[in-house]
Each structure stands twice: as C-alpha cells, then as structure tokens.
Design a binder for this molecule. Structure first.
Ligand SMILES: C=Cc1c2[nH]c(c1C)Cc1[nH]c(c(CCC(=O)O)c1C)Cc1[nH]c(c(C)c1CCC(=O)O)Cc1[nH]c(c(C)c1C=C)C2
Length: 653
C-alpha cells in the first residue's frame, strides 16, 4: 500500500477516540462476540443479579464473590446520619442565621442565598464562580460526607526513603478541549499555574497507548510511528480485525430518519460493517472512560460528532470529508460560544500548553479541589455544611425559593435558589420522585488498586498504560479488569523516590447489579494477579492501596438526550426555575465537563435567567461554522507567539 494513503475517517476517529478520551468518535452495531470467554463472563455476571456472596476470581478457576454482609450503602448512610447528628449544633445555628436573613415577606429576599448540594468538584466550582460573578450572594455548600472534592482524591503514602502519590480516581486532565478552558480559567484564578505538571505530546505516555488483546499488549497506531509500522500492526494484529471493512464505511446507507438513538456497539458495528471494531477497540476505549457497556451506552450522546455526520451526510466519512473539502467545521453550539468567550481570557496559560497531552499538579489532582476549598473558606459569604445529609428539596411557594430539609435534626432552611451537583437519581429521590427523567441514569462502580514497586524498571513498555476490550478471552481476565495505567510514565515529578507506579482498574459494568464487592485484600490479590498474567510482574509490590469508587461514573445510556430534555421540563415545572443541576450525571462525565457545567449555570443566573442546567439539550445543538479548526487556531496562536518572541528579541538592546 502506498505510504501516503490518506487515513480513513473511521480510523482517525478510532484513533481520536483512543488518544483523546473525550470520545467524539463513531459507532457500529454489535452482538457480543460469540466467543467462549465472553460467554463465560456473561454467565459469571448472570442476568438474575446475585444478591448473595460471589467469590471474585483470582485465577481461571475462582469466581467473583459477593457477600450479603449488609449493603455498603446502608452502612454509609448510617455513618453519615451519625456524623450528621454530631453536627447538630452547627446546623441549627446556621439555619437560624439564615432564617434571620429572610425579611419575612413571602417571595421577597433581602439578598440572594444560594444552596449548593454536593461538595465535589462541581459544587466547589459553582461556589467559586458565584463568589466571582455574584459577590454579594451568600453560598451554603451541603456535603453528606466529611470530605470535599468528590472523586478527586490524592494521597501521599510513605515508603522507605520517601513518599509516593496515589490517585484514587481521575489523575490527569486534558488541556485541549473546549471544556478545559474553564479549568484553565480556574487555575489562573486560583494561582495554581506554577503547581502544574505537564505530560507533553512527545512523551512516551502520550505516544504509547496499548490494548491488551488477545494475550499481549498491542501498541495503537499514533503520532511518532512510521507509517509502515502502523500498517504492519493493523494488518497482523487480531485486535484490528474488521479494520479493512471499515474503510468502506462511506458506502453504507445512513440510518433511518426516525432513529433517535442507538447503542455505541450497534452504531459502530453498523457503520464498520461488522462487530469486530466495536468489540475489540471501541469497547476498550469506553472501558477507559466510562467503565461502561457499549451495548447500553448512547451513541448519540457519547459519539456526538460521528452521529451528527451520519445524520447530515449519510455516513461518517462523507460528513468528515465534505467538511474538510469545503473548509467548514461542525461545532457544537455551546463549544463555539465558550471558545469565543473564554478563549481570549485563558490565552496566556493556553499557549504554554499547546503541545501538552495531559496535566496534573505537583501534589496530585487533589491539589485542585484543595486550592478551591481554601479560597472559598477565606470568603465570609461561603458557608460549608459537611456531614450534612439532605433529606428533601422542594419548591417553597411562600418564599418563592427552595426549601431544604436536612437529616440530622429535620430543620429546614430557605434559599433564593439551589444548584444540585449530586447524581440525577439521588436528586430525584430528594425531590419525592417528581423528576423521574433524571432518575434513570445508572452508574458503575470501579475498584481502583494503586501499586508501587521500588524497582523502576519493572515495566517492559513505557506508555500511558493499556485498556482491555470486552472481547478478551475470559482466561486472560477473570478479574474483570478494565485497564491498567502506568502512572509513573503518565505524570512525572510527584514522588520523592524512584520506582514504578501502576493502577489497576476493575469492575465497572462487569459488576452491574452486584450489591457487594471484593474487599481490600481480595482486590489487591486480583490486581497483582492481573499484572502477573499480563505484564509478567512476579515481584510483590512495595505498597498497595485499594479503593472502591461506588457509583462513580454515570452511564449515559440509549435515550439519554431525550430523557435530559424531559428532565429540563420537569425541573422547571417542579422547582419553578429555582433549581439548576450540574455534575457528571448530565452533560459529560469528565472533570472538565463538570466545572464547565457549574460555571454555565452561575453565569446564566448572573444574567437574570432561571437555568435548569439542561438547556443544552434543547434546540439547535450544532452549527456549521467557517472558523479555523482547533489545529488551525493552535497554529495561529503558535505563529503569533513566535512572532512576538522574534519582536522581543529584535527589540533587545
Ligand atoms: C475511576 C476510574 C475512572 C475511569 N474513567 C474515569 C474514571 C474516574 C473518568 C474518565 N477517564 C477518562 C476520561 C476522559 C476525559 C478526559 O480525559 O478529559 C474520563 C471522563 C480518560 C482516562 N482514562 C484513564 C485515564 C488515566 C484517563 C485520563 C483522565 C484520568 O486521569 O482519569 C484510565 C482509566 N480510567 C478508567 C479505566 C478503567 C481506566 C483504565 C486504564 C475508568
């Protein structure tokens, strides 16, 4: 084949999907691979979700195990209730304080008092922007647990001669998506720029991404590789089965007009002309982002651009090439607006990150919520109510605001409006099931096992890590692992001693319906077993930490878009414009998406609007714009920076 063969749109999309996890790529229809391993997994999962203990596999023979040791949720809510009752005095005082701020006339408030429900990254961000955009507003942040920052949790662990940083959830951020503009804005506001640690596009972590299939690591084609090597990989590795067929994607008929959504697996299989790409590649990518099941996840929501291409041009290829040929770009309306508004503000920091792949902070991703919390605590208008579990949230006719009841003492507090950042299903429960459309977003649980080895050379490959597709033979993955991150390559400079750090992620949709999970000891043993089988690591780790992120990733299943549209109407109707939602249940599961959603609702409130946070699901979502593509924009910025640099040099005496 000629080496200058243009890359087919689908291949580009697959690569983008893998390289840029905010997967705006394509989809195909699929059945599960009729391969024995997959069947075995199905059997293990069982359709009649076991409510009893299953033993989690430590090898081919053992099975996942769960106990009826009482539900973890139950235990959690009991401890939260206890903690909340300990907080009684503080709560009642603050309720009285707020009661005093009310002028007593129905519907009139002396000042704006905003309740934020949830002290994760979305809640803290909402508070951050309120303090900047509505400086006179009083903010109360309700958090059921005792920790702020949600899933962003970094922990230093002591090892001989030093300490290593473990991340229990997300660990890096992408600097080059529209939503990241908000994160960059906040980094500037918080003075965190000097704390950033960047992994560049040229680093092994950015260039080497692997998929494990069927029994070894396969490096994905990408920048920095010779075309001949890439072609050889695609032609010889079984994981790329079906790639040739996908070249004819543009010839396949478009979807019927009446089709409103379908699963990622179905879309990809339909467009690629077979199930292999979905089963072997796309399922792996979706494990790495959503830990989810591509038979359930929505193509319309999660592969928005390719879905749109097919809708307007009949195929992804046609849509892609028509845009290229005619010099236009399909841009999500909200992205276009955000880029115009915030792009210039974050230009300074943005230009330094042009060649960045991902970034974190010297003290880990947790440095971000920590800095936010610190700045909010210094603001007398912000009040924290941690260990405070809310039991109901309702519209209050008398005050034309929101009434919140808490668990500890059943006291109520009134607010001008509220921003909910908790999950849609939890919110729906608090609202007496009056917003059912938001209650049907399920979520998955991921077990995160961090391991540190003092030997810095234990990995035979350098890179970001690897993902495991759903089609992998069962005997290669009885632990239900989803992927492994090579942390010591992904971000460098956080530990004080050399060594190798990896994270094994397990569970996700494979554990759907389970009500008990492996304990820490089982989890650690399972992770070690994965690393032994896949990477031939026999040495025991120096340190291991296991955390279970229960219901950490909402699943945007088929129909998400239309449910959110309905949810918008329900929230508006039930809360009369006084409640907005933001967070990973609605408009994107990544941290960048969450901070963006929080900022969006605050700015709408500032404009005097009554947002629900779900307006993005209404009306025109795409626009055809003759704007420079992101790459062109970046090139222009780079040229300008170079020009300015030259001018500075010329002006030097
Ligand atoms: C707890 C496990 C999580 C898995 N996915 C996410 C979490 C919190 C969420 C997530 N992961 C990625 C994205 C894309 C968005 C973005 O990069 O802006 C989202 C929303 C991509 C990603 N996946 C992994 C890493 C290290 C990254 C980069 C961002 C981050 O640090 O989270 C690895 C990975 N994540 C999961 C698995 C199973 C996995 C496997 C290697 C699940």
């Amino acid at each position: 084949m000629p080496s200058n063969l243009p890359e087919h749109a689908l291949v580009t999309l697959l690569k983008q999907c893998y390289i840029s996890p905010v997967c705006q790529a394509s989809r195909f229809g699929s059945r599960r691979l009729p391969n024995s391993s997959t069947r075995a997994l199905h059997t293990a999962r069982s359709t009649t979700r076991p409510r009893h203990r299953r033993t989690v596999g430590l090898g081919n023979k053992q099975k996942c195990s769960y106990s009826s040791i009482g539900s973890a949720d139950e235990l959690q809510s009991r401890s939260q209730a206890n903690a909340a009752s300990l907080n009684f005095d503080v709560d009642s005082k603050s309720s009285l304080l707020f009661a005093g701020q009310h002028d007593g006339h129905a519907g009139e408030q002396k000042e704006t008092r905003i309740a934020i429900i949830g002290g994760g990254i979305t809640g803290l961000t909402a508070a951050h922007y309120i303090t900047r955009e509505l400086p006179n507003a009083k903010v109360t942040i309700y958090e059921a647990g005792n920790k702020l920052g949600g899933w962003l949790q970094s922990e230093y662990v002591d090892v001989a001669d030093g300490k290593v940083l473990f991340e229990k959830g997300p660990r890096t951020l992408r600097p080059n998506t529209e939503a990241s503009l908000v994160t960059l804005d906040m980094i500037q506001n918080l003075g965190l720029k000097d704390e950033m640690l960047v992994s560049w596009n040229s680093s092994p972590a950015a260039r080497n991404r692997f998929i494990y299939y069927p029994d070894h690591l396969v490096r994905m084609p990408g920048p920095g590789q010779k075309i001949s090597d890439m072609l050889w990989t695609v032609m010889t590795e079984p994981v790329f089965k079906g790639a040739f067929m996908s070249l004819f994607e543009y010839k396949r008929p478009g979807r019927p007009k009446e089709m409103e959504d379908e699963s990622v697996a179905s879309f990809i299989s339909r467009r690629a002309g077979g199930p292999h790409i979905a089963n072997n590649l796309i399922s792996a990518v979706f494990h790495g982002i959503y830990a989810g099941d591509i038979d359930k996840l929505s193509a319309r929501s999660l592969l928005a651009k390719p879905w749109h291409f097919e809708g307007v041009a009949g195929s992804i290829g046609e849509g892609f090439f028509d845009a290229r040929k005619n010099g236009y770009n399909w841009v999500a309306t909200r992205d276009y607006e955000l880029r115009n508004e915030l792009g210039p503000k974050v230009q300074e920091i943005g230009k330094d990150l042009i060649s960045a792949s991902v970034f974190s902070f010297k003290e880990g991703i947790g440095a971000f919520p920590t800095a936010l919390e610190k700045s909010l605590r210094a603001n007398p208008n912000v009040h924290f109510r941690t260990n405070d579990r809310i039991t109901s949230l309702e519209y209050d006719i008398e005050s034309n605001g929101i009434k919140i009841t808490n668990a500890s003492n059943h006291t109520t507090a009134n607010y001008t409006r509220a921003i909910s950042t908790i999950s849609g299903s939890h919110l729906s429960t608090l609202a007496s099931d009056k917003i059912p459309s938001l209650s049907s977003t399920p979520s998955v649980t991921v077990m995160v096992v961090n391991l540190y080895y003092s030997d810095a050379t234990i990995l035979s490959e350098q890179g970001f890590g690897y993902l495991i597709p759903r089609s992998i033979p069962y005997d290669q993955n009885p632990e239900c692992a989803l992927g492994v991150v090579f942390d010591s390559d992904a971000i460098q400079g956080q530990d004080t001693v050399p060594g190798t750090k990896v994270t094994v992620m397990m569970g996700g949709h494979w554990w759907d319906g389970f009500d008990a999970y492996p304990d820490e000891e089982e989890g650690a043993a399972m992770a070690i077993s994965v690393l032994k089988r896949h990477l031939k690591i026999d040495a025991p780790p120096t340190v291991t930490r296991v955390s279970l992120a229960k219901n950490c990733i909402p699943q945007y299943t088929v129909g998400h878009e239309s449910r959110m549209k309905k949810g918008h109407e329900e929230v508006k109707e039930v809360f009369k414009g006084k409640l907005a939602v933001a967070g990973n249940s609605f408009t994107g599961v990544g941290m960048n998406d969450c901070v963006r959603a929080a900022r969006d609702v605050v700015l709408q409130i500032k404009k005097g609007e009554s947002p629900t946070g779900l307006e993005g699901f209404l009306g025109q979502q795409w626009r055809k714009v003759q704007v420079p593509t992101r790459a062109e924009m970046m090139r222009k910025i780079k040229e300008r920076v170079e020009r300015e640099g030259r001018m500075k040099n010329n002006n030097r005496p």
